[in-house]
Design a protein around this ligand. Structure first.
Ligand SMILES: [Zn+2]
Length: 96
């Protein structure tokens, strides 16, 4: 998270927004789960388990459509020989 979803203040650290007091634990937990899914997707790719990689990559995108999740999805698309999809995902990652 780069900014508080409520007031837009830059995120610094902690579980509460320093400006508006919004509790950020749930958002941080979802982002952490998305990071875990990206990691698992890359591990699955390394062992050429494309089906598992796709599952984790899709879940990461669902949880947090971040630059990192889009790039992981692009890698999985490349592994699946879905070149058009890979390019589209990579392009979208560049726009974030
Ligand atoms: Zn805030």
């Amino acid at each position: 998270m780069t900014n508080c979803p409520t007031c837009g203040a830059p995120y610094k650290s902690g579980t509460k927004c320093y400006r508006c007091g919004t509790r950020l634990e749930d958002i941080l937990a979802v982002e952490s789960e998305a990071a875990h899914c990206r990691h698992e997707a890359k591990l699955a790719l390394a062992r050429q388990d494309i089906v598992t990689a796709l599952g984790f990559s899709d879940r990461a995108l669902y949880l947090h459509r971040s630059k990192e999740s889009l790039r992981t999805a692009a890698l999985v698309a490349l592994a699946r020989h879905r070149f058009s999809s890979a390019c589209q995902l990579w392009r979208e990652s560049q726009e974030l």
